[in-house]
Design a protein around this ligand. Structure first.
Ligand SMILES: [Cu+2]
Length: 523
């Protein structure tokens, strides 16, 4: 009441307009900042899987080493079109392999970023000491713990988070391997791969698209939806298949992180020449083993020589787990060797018996609705999904989520077609004589009018390969990519739309306020 006397009506009106202007501008601008603040992550889910080839070479024999593990909670892909909030060491599943030598002292740093939702820690089976380090390393968000231990035993050992509820932290991806080599190191082989089997328990069933939460009841009942290698369905299939040559020696460091199931590690078409049972590297290996049992919380080191060209299939021989994602391939490249392996007489096969379709097919089948539009994302130098089937007439849109340019170019990169013979080509090389790249964030679409299977690749990264199968039958299945992902990533989307609407309404109101004096003057 007191204050009103200091303003005449004209000043009040100006103040009122200024207030409305401020609110309207804020309510239009603010939602944009909410989008970036809420998601914190890009509108797509990066691949959190550690590549099986991503492992350190033998460590130096220095007495003391420093290891830093950052306990990051991160959105990532559990399968094509399926996203999950992983809890990780250093942002990947599994966490990095820590490669030590006997009697080294390790200064272990556990850093828990401020944006974590909970405390994390480490317990390693390599560590002799209370809780394997668990008690010394409990680290709340925004803090760091440092402790030291001495690597007193040679072997291949699991590490995992040891913060209650411990099995939940393991089930969300917090595990990896510590290799303690003998003082002279392990003999050098041609290839080393680092593979961790783990279960995921999701709110939706296997293959259900979109964001999936952690289902504690399923975990407690030991009924996983996903049993996968390195935290993702299809990590070692398609264009991610591991590659070796005939005659190469191969070593696999294998962790069964569980947390619940034992693994019956088997390589279809191959042989485990040497099995260092349960990660015991000083015991003599078992020779010529078909399948080795790896307990939850255990490991094994296997070695073999690739003898016969072809494809080796890595499975848990509890084979229905193929349907839950436990499937990987090693391609053995080399000229055919009929003396070792060849057909003498083929039976006539009338039905399609493609083993490789198991896991991916289950996913494809789960999205039953037909669609006339579908999206393929380009993420981490790969088309995702890399292999889709769509009915004729479908418009496929490729969205480049990478930080570099790519193309979508029909053909086989090993024998590329002339530009004017390609069925489709985002680079438009045939028109311009130059290769135009789809830049980061850009997209490109093509409508498929002729049935058939089309292979395509990226001109500048020819190891990126994708397939589109266009079916003539209407109503056939279409893989829907990340269609539902946007529902998740823009959290509070309705609120944002509502706030923007409020801003627009107020702006319109303002225009009316300004318009009225104008009308008066015109009279
Ligand atoms: Cu944890």
């Amino acid at each position: 009441m007191f204050g009103w006397k200091f303003f005449d009506r004209r000043e009040l009106k100006v103040a009122f307009i200024a207030l409305l202007l401020t609110i309207s501008v804020l309510s239009i601008i603010l939602p944009r900042s909410l989008v970036s603040a809420n998601t914190g992550t890009p509108a797509y889910a990066p691949n959190r899987s550690l590549s099986p080839t991503d492992l350190p070479s033998a460590s130096s024999p220095a007495d003391r080493v420093v290891v830093t593990l950052i306990t990051e909670e991160k959105l990532g892909q559990l399968a094509d079109g399926v996203t999950y909030d992983f809890w990780t060491f250093n942002g990947t599943v599994p966490g990095p392999m820590i490669r030590l030598r006997l009697n080294q002292t390790v200064e272990m740093h556990i850093i828990n970023p401020p944006n974590s939702t909970m405390t994390h820690s480490i317990d390693s089976h390599a560590i002799l000491g209370t809780g394997g380090g668990g008690a010394l390393s409990q680290t709340p968000p925004g803090q760091e713990s440092i402790f030291q231990f001495k690597a007193l035993r040679v072997g291949l050992f699991m590490y995992h988070c040891a913060t209650p509820d411990i099995p939940s932290h393991i089930a969300n991806g917090m595990y990896g391997l510590i290799l303690v080599e003998p003082p002279g190191g392990l003999p050098k082989l041609n290839h080393e791969f680092y593979i961790a089997q783990g279960e995921f328990y999701t709110t939706g069933s296997f293959g259900q698209k979109g964001f999936q939460g952690f289902d504690f009841q399923k975990a407690d009942a030991e009924t996983p939806d996903y049993v996968v290698f390195n935290g993702r369905v299809g990590l070692m299939t398609g264009n991610r298949t591991l590659q070796v040559n005939v005659g190469d020696t191969v070593r696999i460091f294998f962790l069964n992180a569980g947390p619940n199931l034992d693994s019956s590690l088997h390589i279809i078409g191959g042989m485990l020449d040497r099995v260092y049972l349960e990660g015991s590297l000083l015991s003599p290996p078992l020779l010529n083993v078909q399948t080795t049992l790896v307990p939850a919380g255990g490991s094994v080191m296997v070695e073999f020589t690739a003898e016969v060209p072809g494809t080796l299939t890595i499975v848990d021989h509890s084979l229905f787990r193929i349907h839950h994602g436990a499937l990987g391939y090693i391609k053995v490249n080399g000229p055919a060797n009929p003396a070792l392996f060849s057909s003498i007489k083929n039976a006539t096969i009338t039905e399609s018996l493609n083993m490789s379709t198991t896991a991916t097919q289950a996913i494809t089948n789960s999205s039953s609705s037909a669609s006339n539009a579908t999206t393929v994302y380009i993420v981490n130098f790969a088309y995702s999904p890399a292999d889709i089937s769509v009915p004729v007439g479908t418009t496929v849109t490729w969205v480049n989520q990478d930080s570099v340019g790519h193309t979508v170019t029909e053909g086989d990169p090993n024998s590329p077609k002339a530009a004017n013979l390609r069925a489709f080509d985002s680079s438009e090389e045939a028109l311009t004589g130059k290769v135009a790249l789809m830049g980061p964030g850009e997209s490109w679409s093509y409508t498929f009018t002729a049935p058939g299977t089309y292979e395509y690749y990226c001109i500048v990264h020819p190891y990126m390969i994708g397939y589109i199968t266009v079916t003539s039958a209407s109503g056939s299945n279409a893989t829907r990519g990340y269609g539902q992902l946007t529902n998740f990533s823009i959290t509070g989307g309705r609120g944002i739309v509502a706030m923007s609407a409020v801003g627009i309404v107020i702006l319109v109101g303002l225009m009316l306020v300004f318009a009225r004096p104008g009308r008066k003057e015109s009279i």
